[in-house]
Design a protein around this ligand. Structure first.
Ligand code: ACO
Length: 334
Protein backbone atom coordinates (compact mmCIF):
# COMPACT_ATOMS: atom_id res chain seq x y z
CA UNK A 1 0.00 0.00 0.00
CA UNK A 2 1.19 3.54 -0.75
CA UNK A 3 2.01 5.44 2.44
CA UNK A 4 1.63 9.20 2.85
CA UNK A 5 4.90 10.77 3.98
CA UNK A 6 5.38 14.22 5.47
CA UNK A 7 8.07 15.62 3.14
CA UNK A 8 8.21 19.24 4.36
CA UNK A 9 7.02 21.37 7.25
CA UNK A 10 6.72 25.13 7.75
CA UNK A 11 5.02 27.67 9.96
CA UNK A 12 4.20 31.29 10.55
CA UNK A 13 3.69 33.39 13.67
CA UNK A 14 2.57 37.02 13.75
CA UNK A 15 5.38 39.38 14.76
CA UNK A 16 3.62 40.92 17.76
CA UNK A 17 4.53 39.16 21.03
CA UNK A 18 2.46 39.53 24.21
CA UNK A 19 4.18 38.32 27.39
CA UNK A 20 2.56 37.28 30.68
CA UNK A 21 3.88 40.53 32.13
CA UNK A 22 2.03 42.45 29.37
CA UNK A 23 -1.19 40.61 30.36
CA UNK A 24 -0.67 41.56 34.02
CA UNK A 25 -1.29 45.15 32.89
CA UNK A 26 -4.77 44.44 31.46
CA UNK A 27 -6.22 41.66 33.67
CA UNK A 28 -5.90 40.43 37.23
CA UNK A 29 -3.27 37.74 36.70
CA UNK A 30 0.42 37.08 37.25
CA UNK A 31 3.33 35.63 35.33
CA UNK A 32 3.73 33.17 38.23
CA UNK A 33 0.10 31.91 37.96
CA UNK A 34 0.18 31.51 34.18
CA UNK A 35 3.60 29.85 34.15
CA UNK A 36 2.89 27.39 36.96
CA UNK A 37 -0.65 26.49 35.77
CA UNK A 38 0.03 26.27 32.02
CA UNK A 39 3.75 26.56 31.16
CA UNK A 40 3.06 29.59 28.93
CA UNK A 41 5.39 32.62 29.05
CA UNK A 42 4.33 34.51 25.91
CA UNK A 43 2.15 34.23 22.80
CA UNK A 44 2.09 35.83 19.34
CA UNK A 45 -1.07 37.85 18.65
CA UNK A 46 -1.84 39.49 15.30
CA UNK A 47 -2.41 43.19 15.86
CA UNK A 48 -3.17 44.19 12.27
CA UNK A 49 -6.98 44.19 11.96
CA UNK A 50 -6.72 43.67 8.19
CA UNK A 51 -4.98 40.31 8.60
CA UNK A 52 -6.87 37.04 9.02
CA UNK A 53 -6.16 33.32 9.38
CA UNK A 54 -5.66 32.86 5.63
CA UNK A 55 -2.80 35.41 5.68
CA UNK A 56 -0.89 33.37 8.26
CA UNK A 57 -1.52 30.21 6.22
CA UNK A 58 -0.32 31.83 2.99
CA UNK A 59 3.03 32.64 4.63
CA UNK A 60 3.35 29.11 6.02
CA UNK A 61 2.49 27.43 2.69
CA UNK A 62 4.80 29.77 0.72
CA UNK A 63 7.67 28.69 2.96
CA UNK A 64 6.59 25.06 2.68
CA UNK A 65 6.76 25.21 -1.13
CA UNK A 66 10.10 27.00 -1.04
CA UNK A 67 11.60 24.40 1.28
CA UNK A 68 10.41 21.52 -0.92
CA UNK A 69 11.29 23.29 -4.18
CA UNK A 70 7.76 23.22 -5.57
CA UNK A 71 5.31 25.90 -6.73
CA UNK A 72 1.76 26.45 -5.38
CA UNK A 73 0.48 25.33 -8.80
CA UNK A 74 1.87 21.85 -7.99
CA UNK A 75 -0.49 21.41 -5.01
CA UNK A 76 -3.40 19.02 -5.66
CA UNK A 77 -5.34 19.63 -2.50
CA UNK A 78 -5.23 21.85 0.60
CA UNK A 79 -7.04 21.04 3.86
CA UNK A 80 -7.21 23.60 6.66
CA UNK A 81 -7.97 22.67 10.27
CA UNK A 82 -9.30 25.84 11.88
CA UNK A 83 -12.06 27.23 14.09
CA UNK A 84 -11.21 30.80 13.11
CA UNK A 85 -11.87 30.81 9.36
CA UNK A 86 -11.70 34.22 7.64
CA UNK A 87 -15.44 33.93 6.99
CA UNK A 88 -18.18 31.32 7.49
CA UNK A 89 -17.91 30.82 3.74
CA UNK A 90 -16.12 30.56 1.39
CA UNK A 91 -13.64 28.29 3.06
CA UNK A 92 -10.24 29.53 4.22
CA UNK A 93 -8.76 26.82 2.00
CA UNK A 94 -10.29 28.48 -1.07
CA UNK A 95 -8.97 31.89 -0.02
CA UNK A 96 -5.46 30.58 0.61
CA UNK A 97 -5.33 28.83 -2.77
CA UNK A 98 -6.51 32.01 -4.51
CA UNK A 99 -3.91 34.16 -2.73
CA UNK A 100 -1.15 31.66 -3.54
CA UNK A 101 -2.16 31.03 -7.14
CA UNK A 102 -2.67 27.35 -6.32
CA UNK A 103 -5.21 27.12 -9.13
CA UNK A 104 -4.99 23.36 -9.58
CA UNK A 105 -5.88 22.65 -5.94
CA UNK A 106 -9.21 22.13 -4.26
CA UNK A 107 -9.82 21.78 -0.56
CA UNK A 108 -11.89 22.62 2.45
CA UNK A 109 -11.84 23.69 6.08
CA UNK A 110 -12.19 21.15 8.81
CA UNK A 111 -13.67 22.09 12.19
CA UNK A 112 -12.26 20.03 15.03
CA UNK A 113 -10.78 22.75 17.27
CA UNK A 114 -7.46 21.67 18.76
CA UNK A 115 -7.66 18.31 16.95
CA UNK A 116 -8.07 20.09 13.59
CA UNK A 117 -4.56 19.31 12.40
CA UNK A 118 -4.60 15.60 13.25
CA UNK A 119 -8.09 15.19 11.78
CA UNK A 120 -6.77 16.95 8.65
CA UNK A 121 -3.61 14.84 8.51
CA UNK A 122 -5.59 11.60 8.76
CA UNK A 123 -7.98 12.80 6.06
CA UNK A 124 -5.28 14.15 3.75
CA UNK A 125 -3.26 10.94 4.00
CA UNK A 126 -6.17 9.00 2.49
CA UNK A 127 -5.94 10.94 -0.78
CA UNK A 128 -2.27 9.94 -1.07
CA UNK A 129 -2.78 6.34 0.01
CA UNK A 130 -5.46 5.75 -2.61
CA UNK A 131 -3.06 6.99 -5.28
CA UNK A 132 -5.45 9.78 -6.22
CA UNK A 133 -3.08 12.67 -5.46
CA UNK A 134 0.67 13.32 -5.22
CA UNK A 135 0.79 16.58 -3.23
CA UNK A 136 -1.63 17.31 -0.39
CA UNK A 137 -1.02 20.24 1.95
CA UNK A 138 -2.47 20.02 5.47
CA UNK A 139 -2.59 23.27 7.42
CA UNK A 140 -3.44 23.80 11.09
CA UNK A 141 -4.07 27.46 11.86
CA UNK A 142 -5.98 29.67 14.23
CA UNK A 143 -6.14 33.36 14.96
CA UNK A 144 -7.58 32.78 18.43
CA UNK A 145 -7.15 36.45 19.41
CA UNK A 146 -10.20 37.21 17.23
CA UNK A 147 -12.54 35.05 19.35
CA UNK A 148 -11.07 35.57 22.81
CA UNK A 149 -12.47 37.91 25.45
CA UNK A 150 -9.49 39.80 26.84
CA UNK A 151 -11.42 40.61 30.02
CA UNK A 152 -11.83 36.89 30.84
CA UNK A 153 -8.62 35.89 32.60
CA UNK A 154 -9.49 32.19 32.65
CA UNK A 155 -9.29 31.86 28.85
CA UNK A 156 -7.35 34.80 27.44
CA UNK A 157 -4.02 33.82 28.98
CA UNK A 158 -3.79 30.45 27.26
CA UNK A 159 -4.41 31.21 23.58
CA UNK A 160 -2.19 32.51 20.80
CA UNK A 161 -2.19 32.96 17.01
CA UNK A 162 -0.20 30.85 14.56
CA UNK A 163 -0.19 28.57 11.54
CA UNK A 164 1.70 25.42 10.58
CA UNK A 165 1.65 23.36 7.40
CA UNK A 166 2.94 20.03 6.14
CA UNK A 167 3.23 18.56 2.67
CA UNK A 168 2.09 14.97 2.14
CA UNK A 169 3.53 12.99 -0.77
CA UNK A 170 3.66 9.28 -1.63
CA UNK A 171 6.38 7.65 0.46
CA UNK A 172 9.43 6.27 -1.29
CA UNK A 173 10.43 3.87 1.47
CA UNK A 174 7.35 3.05 3.53
CA UNK A 175 7.86 5.85 6.06
CA UNK A 176 4.95 8.19 6.73
CA UNK A 177 1.54 8.10 8.39
CA UNK A 178 1.46 4.58 9.84
CA UNK A 179 -1.79 4.64 11.81
CA UNK A 180 -4.33 6.87 13.51
CA UNK A 181 -7.01 6.64 16.16
CA UNK A 182 -9.53 9.47 16.19
CA UNK A 183 -12.50 10.13 18.46
CA UNK A 184 -15.33 12.60 18.89
CA UNK A 185 -17.96 13.19 21.56
CA UNK A 186 -20.40 16.03 20.96
CA UNK A 187 -21.65 15.69 24.54
CA UNK A 188 -18.64 17.81 25.48
CA UNK A 189 -20.23 20.83 23.79
CA UNK A 190 -21.21 22.64 26.98
CA UNK A 191 -17.66 22.71 28.31
CA UNK A 192 -16.02 24.35 25.29
CA UNK A 193 -17.75 26.24 22.51
CA UNK A 194 -18.58 29.57 20.92
CA UNK A 195 -22.26 30.28 21.46
CA UNK A 196 -23.11 32.60 18.57
CA UNK A 197 -22.35 33.20 14.94
CA UNK A 198 -23.87 29.94 13.70
CA UNK A 199 -27.44 28.97 12.78
CA UNK A 200 -28.42 28.42 16.44
CA UNK A 201 -27.65 31.96 17.55
CA UNK A 202 -27.01 34.14 14.52
CA UNK A 203 -25.25 37.43 15.16
CA UNK A 204 -27.49 40.09 16.67
CA UNK A 205 -27.18 43.03 19.05
CA UNK A 206 -28.04 40.62 21.87
CA UNK A 207 -25.34 38.11 20.98
CA UNK A 208 -22.77 40.88 20.88
CA UNK A 209 -23.97 42.51 24.11
CA UNK A 210 -23.90 39.13 25.86
CA UNK A 211 -20.36 38.33 24.67
CA UNK A 212 -21.54 35.22 22.82
CA UNK A 213 -18.96 35.51 20.02
CA UNK A 214 -16.10 34.55 22.32
CA UNK A 215 -14.70 31.17 23.36
CA UNK A 216 -16.54 29.78 26.37
CA UNK A 217 -14.38 27.27 28.23
CA UNK A 218 -14.99 25.51 31.55
CA UNK A 219 -11.30 24.99 32.18
CA UNK A 220 -11.40 22.28 34.84
CA UNK A 221 -13.88 20.02 33.01
CA UNK A 222 -11.88 20.33 29.80
CA UNK A 223 -8.65 19.73 31.71
CA UNK A 224 -9.93 16.48 33.25
CA UNK A 225 -11.19 15.15 29.91
CA UNK A 226 -8.00 16.22 28.12
CA UNK A 227 -5.65 14.60 30.62
CA UNK A 228 -7.50 11.29 30.55
CA UNK A 229 -8.25 11.04 26.83
CA UNK A 230 -4.98 12.34 25.41
CA UNK A 231 -3.01 9.99 27.65
CA UNK A 232 -5.27 7.00 26.85
CA UNK A 233 -5.31 7.46 23.09
CA UNK A 234 -1.53 7.97 22.99
CA UNK A 235 -0.97 4.76 24.95
CA UNK A 236 -3.54 2.94 22.77
CA UNK A 237 -1.85 3.79 19.48
CA UNK A 238 1.48 2.57 20.87
CA UNK A 239 -0.11 -0.69 22.01
CA UNK A 240 -1.93 -1.19 18.70
CA UNK A 241 1.36 -0.78 16.80
CA UNK A 242 3.44 -2.84 19.29
CA UNK A 243 5.55 0.19 20.19
CA UNK A 244 7.29 0.15 23.57
CA UNK A 245 8.33 3.43 25.18
CA UNK A 246 11.93 2.91 24.01
CA UNK A 247 10.69 2.61 20.40
CA UNK A 248 9.19 6.11 20.46
CA UNK A 249 11.60 8.95 19.66
CA UNK A 250 9.21 11.88 20.03
CA UNK A 251 5.82 12.94 21.38
CA UNK A 252 4.30 15.92 19.56
CA UNK A 253 1.31 16.68 21.77
CA UNK A 254 -1.18 19.52 21.41
CA UNK A 255 0.14 22.47 23.41
CA UNK A 256 -2.82 23.42 25.61
CA UNK A 257 -1.28 23.02 29.02
CA UNK A 258 2.12 21.69 30.08
CA UNK A 259 0.49 19.62 32.82
CA UNK A 260 -1.67 17.75 30.25
CA UNK A 261 1.40 17.06 28.08
CA UNK A 262 3.42 15.81 31.07
CA UNK A 263 0.60 13.45 32.07
CA UNK A 264 0.46 12.07 28.50
CA UNK A 265 4.22 11.48 28.42
CA UNK A 266 4.07 9.77 31.78
CA UNK A 267 1.25 7.43 30.63
CA UNK A 268 3.38 6.57 27.55
CA UNK A 269 6.38 5.92 29.79
CA UNK A 270 8.63 8.41 27.98
CA UNK A 271 10.97 10.99 29.49
CA UNK A 272 10.81 14.74 29.02
CA UNK A 273 13.78 14.58 26.60
CA UNK A 274 11.41 13.02 24.04
CA UNK A 275 8.62 15.56 24.50
CA UNK A 276 8.41 18.39 21.98
CA UNK A 277 7.48 21.58 23.80
CA UNK A 278 7.01 25.15 22.61
CA UNK A 279 3.95 26.18 24.65
CA UNK A 280 6.18 28.62 26.55
CA UNK A 281 6.68 30.66 23.34
CA UNK A 282 3.36 30.39 21.51
CA UNK A 283 0.62 29.39 24.00
CA UNK A 284 -2.28 27.36 22.62
CA UNK A 285 -2.63 28.13 18.90
CA UNK A 286 -5.45 25.51 18.66
CA UNK A 287 -5.02 23.69 15.31
CA UNK A 288 -1.61 25.30 14.84
CA UNK A 289 0.25 23.65 17.73
CA UNK A 290 1.30 20.29 16.26
CA UNK A 291 2.65 21.47 12.88
CA UNK A 292 4.42 24.33 14.69
CA UNK A 293 6.07 21.74 16.97
CA UNK A 294 7.22 19.70 13.95
CA UNK A 295 8.57 22.90 12.38
CA UNK A 296 10.48 23.91 15.52
CA UNK A 297 11.93 20.42 16.05
CA UNK A 298 12.52 19.56 12.37
CA UNK A 299 16.32 19.86 12.63
CA UNK A 300 16.35 17.17 15.35
CA UNK A 301 14.18 14.67 13.47
CA UNK A 302 15.78 11.72 11.72
CA UNK A 303 14.50 9.45 9.00
CA UNK A 304 12.71 6.50 10.60
CA UNK A 305 11.98 8.25 13.93
CA UNK A 306 8.73 7.06 15.49
CA UNK A 307 6.66 10.10 16.44
CA UNK A 308 3.31 10.10 18.22
CA UNK A 309 1.11 13.12 17.47
CA UNK A 310 -1.64 13.57 20.01
CA UNK A 311 -4.40 16.14 20.56
CA UNK A 312 -7.53 16.94 22.54
CA UNK A 313 -9.87 19.81 21.89
CA UNK A 314 -13.32 21.33 21.70
CA UNK A 315 -16.06 19.13 20.35
CA UNK A 316 -14.87 17.11 22.23
CA UNK A 317 -12.42 15.78 19.65
CA UNK A 318 -9.26 13.83 20.30
CA UNK A 319 -6.88 11.32 18.84
CA UNK A 320 -3.36 10.21 18.06
CA UNK A 321 -1.37 9.58 14.89
CA UNK A 322 1.69 7.37 14.57
CA UNK A 323 4.18 8.85 12.08
CA UNK A 324 7.45 7.35 10.88
CA UNK A 325 9.45 10.45 9.95
CA UNK A 326 10.52 10.37 6.29
CA UNK A 327 13.69 12.52 6.11
CA UNK A 328 16.69 13.80 8.03
CA UNK A 329 15.66 17.23 9.30
CA UNK A 330 19.22 18.52 9.70
CA UNK A 331 19.75 18.31 5.94
CA UNK A 332 16.86 20.69 5.17
CA UNK A 333 17.63 24.28 4.23
CA UNK A 334 15.14 26.86 5.53
N1 ACO B 1 -4.74 34.40 36.66
C1 ACO B 1 -4.89 34.26 37.97
N2 ACO B 1 -5.85 33.48 38.51
C2 ACO B 1 -6.65 32.83 37.67
C3 ACO B 1 -6.54 32.93 36.27
C4 ACO B 1 -5.53 33.77 35.76
N3 ACO B 1 -5.33 33.93 34.44
N4 ACO B 1 -7.48 32.16 35.70
C5 ACO B 1 -8.17 31.59 36.70
N5 ACO B 1 -7.68 31.99 37.88
C6 ACO B 1 -8.12 31.60 39.22
C7 ACO B 1 -9.57 31.18 39.23
O1 ACO B 1 -10.42 32.30 39.36
C8 ACO B 1 -9.61 30.27 40.45
O2 ACO B 1 -9.68 31.11 41.60
P1 ACO B 1 -10.56 30.66 42.87
O3 ACO B 1 -9.95 29.36 43.33
O4 ACO B 1 -10.37 31.80 43.82
O5 ACO B 1 -11.95 30.50 42.36
C9 ACO B 1 -8.24 29.60 40.44
O6 ACO B 1 -7.40 30.46 39.62
C10 ACO B 1 -8.26 28.21 39.85
O7 ACO B 1 -9.02 28.23 38.61
P2 ACO B 1 -9.17 26.97 37.71
O8 ACO B 1 -10.08 27.27 36.56
O9 ACO B 1 -9.51 25.81 38.60
O10 ACO B 1 -7.67 26.80 37.18
P3 ACO B 1 -7.01 25.58 36.49
O11 ACO B 1 -5.91 25.07 37.30
O12 ACO B 1 -8.04 24.58 36.02
O13 ACO B 1 -6.34 26.25 35.20
C11 ACO B 1 -6.77 26.32 32.82
C12 ACO B 1 -7.16 26.87 34.22
C13 ACO B 1 -5.33 26.73 32.57
C14 ACO B 1 -7.68 26.94 31.79
C15 ACO B 1 -6.89 24.78 32.85
O14 ACO B 1 -8.14 24.41 33.36
C16 ACO B 1 -6.72 24.15 31.49
O15 ACO B 1 -5.64 24.12 30.93
N6 ACO B 1 -7.80 23.54 30.93
C17 ACO B 1 -7.72 22.78 29.68
C18 ACO B 1 -7.58 23.65 28.48
C19 ACO B 1 -7.61 22.78 27.23
O16 ACO B 1 -6.95 21.75 27.14
N7 ACO B 1 -8.42 23.14 26.25
C20 ACO B 1 -8.61 22.27 25.10
C21 ACO B 1 -8.04 22.80 23.92
S1 ACO B 1 -8.66 24.38 23.51
C22 ACO B 1 -9.66 24.21 22.13
O17 ACO B 1 -10.03 23.15 21.74
C23 ACO B 1 -10.12 25.46 21.45
Amino acid sequence: MIKAAITAVAGYLPENIVTNVDLEKIIDTSDEWITSRTGIKQRHLENDPKKATSDMCVEAVKLLCKKRGIEPIDIDMLIVGTVTPDMVFPSTSNLICAKLGATKAWGYDLSAACSGFIYGLATGSQFIETGKYKKVVVVGADMMSRIIDYTDRTTCVIFGDGAGAVLLEPSEDNNGIMDFILHADGNGVNHLHMKAGGSLNPASHDTVDNKMHYVHQEGQAVFKNAVYNMAEVSASIMEKNHLKSEDVQWLAAHQANKRIIDATASRMGIGSDKVMMNIQNYGNTTAGTIPLLLWDYEKQLRKGDNIILSAFGGGFTWGAIYVKWAYDGDKVKN
